[in-house]
Design a protein around this ligand. Sequence first.
Ligand code: ZN
Length: 334
Amino acid sequence: MIQMVTEQDKKVFQEEFAGLLPSKIFDSHVHIILKESYSPEWGTEKISYLEKTQWQFTVEQFFSIYKEMLPGIEMSLAGFGGPSMKVDRSHASSFGVNNKNVFGLRLLSAYDSVEEAASDIEKYHLAGVKPYANMALKRENGEGELLDFFTKEQLEYLNKNQLIATIHIPRKMRLEDPCNRTQMKYLCETYPDIKFIFAHIGRAYYKRCAVNYVDEFVQYPNAYWDTAMINHEGVLQYTFDHFPNDRILFGTDAPISFLHGKSVEINNQYVYMSPENFNLGTSLYDDTGKITYVPFLYEQIRSILSLGLSRKTLEDFFYNNAYTLYSRTVERMK
Ligand SMILES: [Zn+2]
């Protein structure tokens, strides 16, 4: 495997994190990639960060890489596959959920029948679903909408069983988009027993996206944020100041978060600066060698630790909030 943790990273961990991080961390946003869920051409199609982990990311790799990244920390995870219509969504759920330290969601396309989704959820003891724009109902014209992610029958099933849906909201304007916010609220109101985890704080990687909008969801007790790939102190500070802290979950988007780099706000936009040449959407490849980077994961942890949160708030955020949510959900499914 290509080296993940550098000597510089180890130094940062020792100097900045050791002793400050809680002893247990629950990563609530992890993509577990099983090679066998894909067609045989998988891995030859495009350049991807998954090269670093041999075109897969198993639960074993999760634990072994984290052992190097955050030595001494007891890790747990909520995992799901890599969203794609090309992936066998049933097989992608078979990564070994034990509902102790490995929890899971099923990838969900709006084209999946409730029966097939429900049967996987039961068979693999999953806590809910992970839909995505690329598996939503296709539109002839215009930008896709959040409600295209599900069918009514799927939502009714999730609500009846009080399951979790982790949602990466669509559309260019993210949380600033009125259509997104209207539909997020509609979902929270209409399906009060589904726990909606809006990933990446509604994709608020720059401050204007979070400010004013995070507040609008305080009133929905079933609305949660995860902080995957958010290393913006302003966004995190705002969210912790304005939103019930027990509904903010630590998540990273592993294995992407193991790459070196940092998300940087520029003029109400953001860019991933990285010395590793993998296409991450909005990314700038920095091959100048002028800057030493640490993993995205470290930048997330750094920002959280800079907020001056209490020990209790940190323990809840890094572990208890997600563990409580997931373990209660699967307990009900028994
Ligand atoms: Zn993700």
